[in-house]
Write a protein that binds this ligand. Structure first.
Ligand code: FA5
Length: 336
């Protein structure tokens, strides 16, 4: 084999490797392969010269051609896998769906006003160290009334305008008419000290008007600890109202009556026009209620409150009529 032939092969390999390295696409790579390794390619035409060589040289040169071919094939294969990877990445980039680009087109929903008010209430009370408790919406007379010191002969029972459920003994199962049963369930299951709020749906036979709904929401609060006074109750309500509405809103307590608190009060908040809106009832937990739950009233005292979340939402969002909350008019709800 002449020096020239060997050099020819070395040059061919170097040239092919250069061309392979600079092929930027799979198609370009294919073209280089056809040019060098194809049937009419440069290696094939060199191979044709093998016939004209001496047998010894033919063998030696033949091996060299094969090694060169393998080296070029390997270089092409390596480049192919690089280019495939690049092509795959480009495809992925192309197919990527950027959801943030849709931001302006999508009509986003949001939580209902009452849910927003309830979440905010929970945040305020959790910030004050309360835990959030829950109870069922269908209750028994024990939890909704009796344990709360409202026996069945008690006139206050009528004031709750209860919706009874046709289950068991007459008037023993009902849709809860307030969230106060959660007080009982909590005291039955938890040792004092207790600091809970319990938001939830409540139901009464009330006819809907500007300030009433038959299905509405209350949030109950219960604190049982040592040395709790009416001052703690009043301070808690004031702190909550200021956190919820801001510092311009005033609160006032008016003497009232609930069988499960003694003394009892109703509390109002001031409206922009100077009038007052009744938000809820409250008082010091009646010792009889503590006893009903196995808590010693000589050792523990507490206060409780319950107010209407829908009415809070009416105040917070300055609505004229509580029924707006349940009309499900999207044009109205969208504003908040
Ligand atoms: C009660 O339900 C007592 N359980 C509150 C309580 C809890 C007192 C703990 C003492 C200790 P009342 O019936 O007043 O009380 O209802 C409380 C609040 O629920 C009302 O002030 C009002 O804000 C709201 N509420 C009552 N009925 C409706 C209704 N039909 N629609 C909307 N809100 C209502």
């Amino acid at each position: 084999m002449t020096e020239l032939n060997q050099q020819t092969l070395t040059d061919l390999q170097a040239g092919a490797e250069d061309a392979i390295g600079s092929a930027e696409t799979l198609d370009a790579l294919g073209a280089v392969e056809a040019e060098v390794l194809g049937k009419k390619g440069s290696l094939a035409s060199l191979k044709k010269q093998l016939g004209g060589l001496e047998p010894e040289q033919r063998k030696e040169f033949g091996q060299l051609v094969n090694t060169t071919k393998s080296a070029i094939e390997a270089a092409a294969e390596a480049r192919r896998s690089e280019l495939s990877q690049v092509a795959r990445m480009a495809q992925l980039e192309d197919e990527r769906l950027d959801l943030t680009e849709l931001r302006d087109e999508v009509k986003r929903g949001h939580y209902h006003l009452v849910t927003q008010a309830r979440d905010r209430l929970e945040d305020v009370f959790v910030g004050m160290g309360f835990q959030v408790a829950e109870g069922p919406e269908v209750e028994t007379a024990w939890y909704n009334f009796e344990a709360l010191n409202i026996p069945d002969w008690h006139p206050a029972r009528g004031s709750f305008d209860t919706i009874f459920v046709d289950l068991g003994e007459p008037e023993q199962v009902m849709l809860r008419s307030h969230t106060s049963p959660v007080q009982i369930r909590t005291m039955e299951n938890q040792e004092p000290p207790i600091y809970i709020v319990a938001p939830g749906r409540t139901f009464r036979t009330d006819v809907a008007d500007a300030t009433h709904l038959p299905a509405f929401n209350q949030i109950e609060g219960l604190v049982i600890d040592k040395g709790i006074t009416l001052g703690d109750l009043s301070g808690t309500i004031d702190a909550f109202v200021k956190a919820f509405f801001g510092h311009d809103v005033k609160t006032r307590l008016r003497p009232s009556y609930f069988p499960f608190t003694e003394p009892s009060a109703e509390f109002d908040i001031s409206r922009a026009d100077g009038s007052w809106l009744e938000l809820g009832g409250c008082g010091m937990v009646n010792p009889q209620v503590l006893r009903n739950c196995g808590i010693d009233p000589d050792e523990w005292q507490g206060f409780a409150f319950g107010f209407g979340i829908d009415r809070l939402a009416v105040m917070r969002y300055q609505l004229d009529d509580i029924r707006e909350l349940v009309n499900n008019d999207v044009r109205f709800l969208r504003q908040f």
